[in-house]
Design a protein. Structure first.
Length: 228
């Protein structure tokens, strides 16, 4: 079975049907409502029932899309980032080393944000549960990136591609954890664990590149094996 290609420009799969479009619209309505209420009331004052009502669905429907209010709030900030990363890798010219293509795509999608998105990220850093949900979204990178890497390598079995994609997801999480971790004394670290305000520090692009750098030899070796 051919692995679908994640490409922003070339459509290789049929457009979504009515059912899928409705599901996507519901997901978008839920995450937009979650974020709006979190900004208006504060994250701790938002209930799942409130989000569902604001989106015009039942709490039961809400639970089909998100497992918590934190997931919905974070989803509004990180929406579709994993698909954009995969699409960016696929769009890179064939002459670009795969390691470079992946690193460029990740850095681009995590750092080319608007001032509004940056402010929303600061909201996420105010609560431990929101930070944890934000870090958990890195796992979503793996499935679409596996397809993009497999396409580049011609790896129809996707074993190598999946290992590489999972490693990228882990590296991104490590970089984000370092970026969000407070520097300083034990009291600051305890504040981090207790849900105190964390202001991202340092250069996120540098942290992402540093976390992904150890994967370059594995990407290079996979590319060499894939050549005729």
């Amino acid at each position: 079975m051919r692995i679908p290609v994640w490409n922003a420009d070339t459509v290789t799969t049929p457009p979504p049907g009515l059912r899928e479009r409705k599901k996507q619209a519901t997901r978008e309505a839920l995450r937009e409502a979650a974020l709006r209420l979190a900004v208006e009331r504060g994250p701790d004052q938002v209930r799942v029932e409130d989000i569902a009502e604001a989106a015009g669905v039942s709490p039961r429907t809400y639970n089909n899309y998100f497992a918590s209010r934190e997931q919905a709030i974070v989803s509004a900030v990180t929406a579709d980032r994993e698909a954009r990363i995969a699409a960016a890798v696929t769009a890179r010219p064939a002459g670009v080393h795969l390691a470079d293509a992946v690193t460029q795509a990740v850095v681009e999608q995590y750092t080319n944000t608007s001032e509004h998105e940056h402010q929303l990220l600061l909201l996420i850093t105010t609560r431990t549960a929101l930070r944890d949900a934000f870090l958990d979204t890195t796992a979503d990178i793996e499935p679409p990136l596996t397809a993009a890497i497999a396409e580049r390598l011609g790896d129809t079995g996707a074993h190598t591609a999946r290992v590489l994609a999972a490693s990228v997801a882990a590296a991104v999480r490590i970089a984000l954890e370092g970026w969000l971790r407070p520097a300083g004394n034990t009291e600051a670290a305890e504040s981090f664990g207790a849900g105190g305000l964390i202001v991202p520090t340092g250069s996120l692009p540098d942290q992402l590149r540093a976390a992904l750098a150890p994967l370059a030899p594995a990407f290079d070796a996979a590319e060499r094996r894939s050549r005729p």
